[in-house]
Design a protein around this ligand. Structure first.
Ligand SMILES: C[C@@]1(CC(=O)O)C2=NC(=C\c3[nH]c(c(CCC(=O)O)c3CC(=O)O)Cc3[nH]c(c(CC(=O)O)c3CCC(=O)O)/C=C3\N/C(=C\2)[C@@H](CCC(=O)O)[C@]3(C)CC(=O)O)/[C@H]1CCC(=O)O
Ligand SMILES: NC(=O)c1ccc[n+]([C@@H]2O[C@H](COP(=O)([O-])OP(=O)(O)OC[C@H]3O[C@@H](n4cnc5c(N)ncnc54)[C@H](O)[C@@H]3O)[C@@H](O)[C@H]2O)c1
Length: 212
């Protein structure tokens, strides 16, 4: 089965994670980072989850799962170690809800990829259940090529593109500059600083071709 990838904006979206173990901790950490409104339903949670509770980044309902727990959830994640409970969670969800089932992915309607975040750059890798370890391996090898310097580089490209969008130059001229910005020399932070400090004169270095 192949999957359809999308990038969700989860800010303030209600997300219910059922279970508080190893898989749930991984989900909670990434959902908090995505600014989701996270509730965990589980009689126990692992050590890795406590800091999120203490810092009031998530809500913990210390109890076993009941169907009412997910009524108003945008995303439901069934991550208990009891396959029957995970099945019941999937069956309790409405067809409009996004549901992930850690133990039996076919009972849900979405799966988690291996993710690399570099600021505004997100690289996600999925093998559609063939080999999660291969997905992780590919992600880790890409992390060397797309290293931490991409955080600032993406921020630079974003700022330039916003400024170009606001400028009054022609679409063709904007596209030309957007392509020029991908020259490897702009990966250098000093070049990024220079361009940002004198953006108008930078644009003027690449005049629109009159007859192109
Ligand atoms: C990529 C990653 C993302 C993440 O989870 O964040 C991820 N699994 C990771 C690791 C991992 N998972 C498992 C092992 C043990 C080795 C092994 O079994 O292979 C390891 C390795 C480890 O833990 O070291 C076991 C496992 N996984 C699934 C099942 C159930 C089944 O297949 O039926 C079982 C058996 C459970 C059991 O035995 O009961 C199912 C899924 N795992 C997925 C994603 C989705 C498919 C993604 C894809 O195919 O590309 C999918 C379908 C559903 C989902 O969860 O959405 C993350 C690595 C990234 C990172 O490290 O950041
Ligand atoms: N998708 C993946 O990447 C992946 C990887 C490894 C394992 N798994 C599968 O995911 C599931 C969870 O694995 P884990 O390692 O996090 O397990 P775990 O044993 O670390 O955690 C299970 C959690 O579920 C909670 N729980 C149990 N019954 C509950 C109930 N009725 N209601 C609410 N919470 C309940 C427990 O309190 C515990 O916090 C397992 O079924 C495992 O097979 C999936």
């Amino acid at each position: 089965m192949s999957h359809y990838p999308i990038n969700l904006n989860l800010t303030a979206k209600k997300t219910v994670v059922i279970g508080g173990g190893r898989v749930a901790s991984r989900r909670i950490a990434s959902l908090v980072q995505a600014n989701a409104d996270v509730t965990v339903v589980s009689p126990q949670v692992s050590q890795a989850v406590y800091p999120f509770i203490r810092n009031r980044q998530i809500t913990w309902h210390q109890k076993v799962f009941e169907p009412e727990d997910i009524i108003d959830a945008f995303i439901v994640i069934a991550a208990t170690n009891d396959r029957a409970v995970n099945r019941k969670i999937a069956e309790s969800a409405g067809s409009h809800q996004l549901v992930n089932v850690a133990s039996q992915p076919e009972l849900g309607n979405f799966e988690f990829p291996a993710v690399l975040n570099r600021g505004r750059l997100t690289i996600s890798v999925s093998t559609s259940g063939a080999s999660p370890i291969l997905a992780r391996k590919i992600r880790d090898s890409l992390s060397k090529k797309y290293d931490e310097t991409y955080d600032a580089y993406l921020e630079f490209l974003f700022t330039c593109r916003q400024r170009l969008k606001e400028s009054s130059i022609s679409l063709k001229h904007k596209n030309k500059i957007l392509h020029e910005l991908l020259d490897p020399k702009f990966h250098d932070p000093r070049m990024q600083e220079k361009v940002t400090a004198a953006f108008d004169s930078f644009i003027n270095q690449y005049p629109e071709e009159p007859f192109a």
